[in-house]
Design a binder for this molecule. Structure first.
Ligand code: ATR
Length: 275
C-alpha cells in the first residue's frame, strides 16, 4: 500500500504543500501520496486519529489553526518542537505512537545557508515575538550568532522569549525605538506585512551589507523588503525558500531522504509570475 501523507488545516485550499511534496517524491523516487485535507474546526483529534489508524497514513503537516492540538496529540516531541511550543509535523513511529516535530526553524536556517548568509558571529535582529518567531529561535541560536536581539511592539513578549532561550547564547529583547547599532541580518517575523504594514524601524539599523529576510512572501517585494531595498540594502530575501525548506525537513523526517529544494522553489516562483 502506498504510504499516505497530508497537510491538514482549516482553511487549506491554497496550500502549496501537496505540490511541493509530490515534486520531492518524484525527485527522490519515493512512492507516496500527499494530499491536502480540510479538517472541521471541532474535529482535529478525531480526524487525525482516523488518518493514522486506518489506511496508510504515515505523516502529517499541520497548519492553522491546529498546531496546538497537534502538540497535544503527539505522544512524544523533538527538542526543537518543545522549544517552539508547537508542532507542524507528525510522524507515525514503528510502534504506532506519534512523534511531534517542528521544522520551521530548520527550514529558515537552511534557506539562509542556501543564500550563503553567514550567521556565526553575526549581529541578528528578529522582528516580532509571536508563534512564528518562537518557532525559529532555537535553530538560529544553534548557528552561534554574536548577538540576537528580538524587537517587538509588545516588549514583554520579546522579553519572555529572550528569557526562554537565554541558555542558548547572547539573546536579548528591545522595543523598536531602543534598538542600537547596525545589524548584519534582520528577519521579519511579524504578521504586520499581511496587512501591508511595517514595524517602526529606524533607517540607522541597516547598512548596504545588511541582509533582510521576510518570513512572508509574495509576487512582489514585501513591504518590509521594499523598505530595506529603498534604503540601499542589496540582498533582500523572502520566505518562499523557508516554506520549501520546512517541507524538505518534514520529508527528511518521514522518508530519510533530503530532496533538492532549488527546482521546487523555481517552479513555485514561476507559477506565481504566471498568476
Ligand atoms: P504568528 O503566529 O504569525 O507569529 P502572532 O503570534 O499573532 O502570529 O504574532 C504576531 C506578531 O506580529 C507579534 O509579534 C505582533 O506584535 P505584538 O506582540 O505587539 O502584537 C506582530 N505584529 C502584528 N502586527 C504588527 C504591526 N502592525 N506592527 C508591528 N508588529 C506587529
Amino acid at each position: 500500500m502506498t504510504d499516505r501523507y497530508a497537510v491538514v488545516g482549516n482553511p487549506i485550499g491554497h496550500s502549496k504543500s501537496p505540490q511541493i511534496h509530490t515534486s520531492f517524491a518524484t525527485e527522490t523516487g519515493e512512492d507516496i501520496l500527499y494530499t491536502a485535507l480540510l479538517f472541521p474546526l471541532d474535529g482535529f483529534e478525531r480526524e487525525a486519529r482516523m488518518f493514522f489508524s486506518h489506511g496508510a497514513g504515515q505523516g502529517m503537516n499541520v497548519t492553522v489553526p491546529f498546531k496546538e492540538q497537534a502538540w497535544q496529540l503527539a505522544d512524544s516531541h523533538t527538542e526543537r518542537a518543545k522549544r517552539a511550543g508547537a508542532v507542524n509535523t507528525l510522524k507515525k513511529l514503528e510502534d504506532g505512537t506519534l512523534l511531534g516535530d517542528n521544522t520551521d526553524g530548520a527550514g529558515l536556517v537552511a534557506d539562509l545557508k542556501r543564500h550563503s548568509v553567514v550567521l556565526q558571529g553575526r549581529r541578528i535582529l528578529v522582528l516580532g515575538a509571536g508563534g512564528a518567531v518562537r518557532g525559529v529561535l532555537q535553530p538560529l541560536m544553534e548557528e552561534q550568532p554574536a548577538e540576537l536581539v528580538i524587537a517587538n511592539r509588545t516588549v514583554s513578549k520579546a522579553e519572555q522569549l529572550a528569557e526562554d532561550f537565554s541558555d542558548l547564547g547572547n539573546i536579548s529583547a528591545s522595543t523598536f525605538a531602543d534598538l542600537q547599532g547596525t545589524f548584519d541580518l534582520i528577519i521579519n517575523g511579524t504578521s504586520a506585512s499581511l496587512g501591508g504594514e511595517l514595524p517602526p524601524l529606524k533607517d540607522e539599523l541597516i547598512t548596504a551589507e545588511t541582509v533582510t529576510y521576510d518570513m512572508m512572501y509574495g509576487n512582489d517585494l514585501t513591504v518590509f523588503n521594499r523598505w530595506a531595498a529603498d534604503r540601499g540594502v542589496a540582498r533582500t530575501i523572502d520566505g518562499l525558500g523557508m516554506l520549501v525548506g520546512q517541507a524538505a525537513e518534514s520529508f527528511y523526517l518521514w522518508r530519510g531522504k533530503r530532496p533538492d529544494v532549488s527546482g521546487v522553489i523555481a517552479m513555485l516562483r514561476n507559477d506565481r509570475r504566471r498568476c
